[in-house]
Design a protein around this ligand. Sequence first.
Ligand code: SAH
Ligand code: SF4
Ligand code: F3S
Length: 445
Amino acid sequence: MREPGFHCITFGCQMNVNDSQWVARALVRRGFAECALEEADVVFLNTCSVRDKPEQKVHSALGRVHQANPRALVGVAGCVAQQLGESLMRRHPQVRLVAGSDGIVSVPDAFVRLLNEPEARLSFLDFTAAYPDRDPCLGGAEAPAVAYVNIMQGCDNFCAYCIVPFTRGPRKSRSTASVLDECRAWIDRGAGDITLLGQNVNAFGLDGGGDGTTFPGLLRAVAALPGLRRLRFVTPHPRDFSPETVRALAEVPVLCPRLHLPLQSGSDSVLARMGRGYDMARYLALVADMRAARPDVALSTDLIVGFPGESEEEFADTLAAVDAAGFMSSFSFCYSDRPGTRASSMPFKVPHEVQLERLERVQALQDRRAEAWLQSRVGMRTEVLLESPSPRQDGRGPLWQGRDPWGDAVHVRLTEPGRPGLFVPVRIDSARRHSLLASPVPERN
Ligand code: SAH
Ligand code: SF4
Ligand code: F3S
């Protein structure tokens, strides 16, 4: 008999991508093989509800799955599954498994059971008290050059606009020993670049469930693992960014000089209405401390435009903040009402046309800044971690793509054969719109 086939469809943040990759590895360990949607025996749909019309997206994705493969067993997980729960099974009879954020750990075994019990349906929607730890299922396979490791789950901040505390539940830190074990396993398999993941990483250890290790302590412990060349983390919260973490930036060389530090708004009054727990003065002081600790640090951010009641002056403060903080890149979004959040019942919603007009203005500014950042890199010597051959081969020698310590995409023309995971010293020759072109240079002593 052939092995059962599975197919994953993933929406949402890096945590969802990481969860889906784990489900895929766990299914392979259970004898499944990854395949096209049309041939799959089981389909895993991992969902996001952070903004826009997430429920509609999920219903239409389930419609497409049904059209392509009506006989497959479908499991839905992630933030929309947490919200809609078993109603998904009533609306889409093909769905026989729903799992919320803490229920993902049960998904692989549930698929095995459901294949053997065609009448059964299963749901895993409870939040757990502790981090739902899981075997990383790495097997003997080689790791990709870049690995992601969860260090926590959930969030307790309840920023006024955000659904994450409702969909991912209360903050739960993973044990330090378990984080270190997984990092070690990835490094042993060849990963040189690790990103620690969580909704609010620098609150790691503050929930009392851990072993007393705080975030900067964890950073130092991971950084000390032999063989690790680059360490990143996402997403830190400005309010929880402690002086010890700033000091780690100065003292831990494998920490990359690129930080994503969501600002959300440049207006103190909007920040207060959002409940972010900092004002612009505090944010800019933190940025100054980081630059003092690590002069080569480059910052990126998230911004929300058109939060309820946002005036033209308050929006102008956000534009000014992008320059004041010197972001090299930013992601901006129109505020979107999320059910159950405080902001959804706030008065003075900003009309969508006004939101769109503001979004265009902030995006034009950030495009200029992103371009200037890439241009400023030309001539610089740096190191690229190769990930894969570049799709733009032109016959003039092997062209590979990878990332530099700032996370920028770099295409490099090699003089010798490449392989994923290889660190190549380069000089940046030129900047494209979203990436850099580089040539190898001899290693410096
Ligand atoms: N935990 C991270 C990211 C949360 S979600 C943090 O605290 O920064 C990722 C981004 O989505 C947020 O930074 C925010 O900019 C955006 N976002 C969240 N809720 C939103 C909403 N209701 N409308 C528009 N954007 C939102
Ligand atoms: Fe959402 Fe705020 Fe938590 Fe980030 S810190 S996940 S924006 S509630
Ligand atoms: Fe989306 Fe949930 Fe991540 S809402 S952004 S998948 S935490």
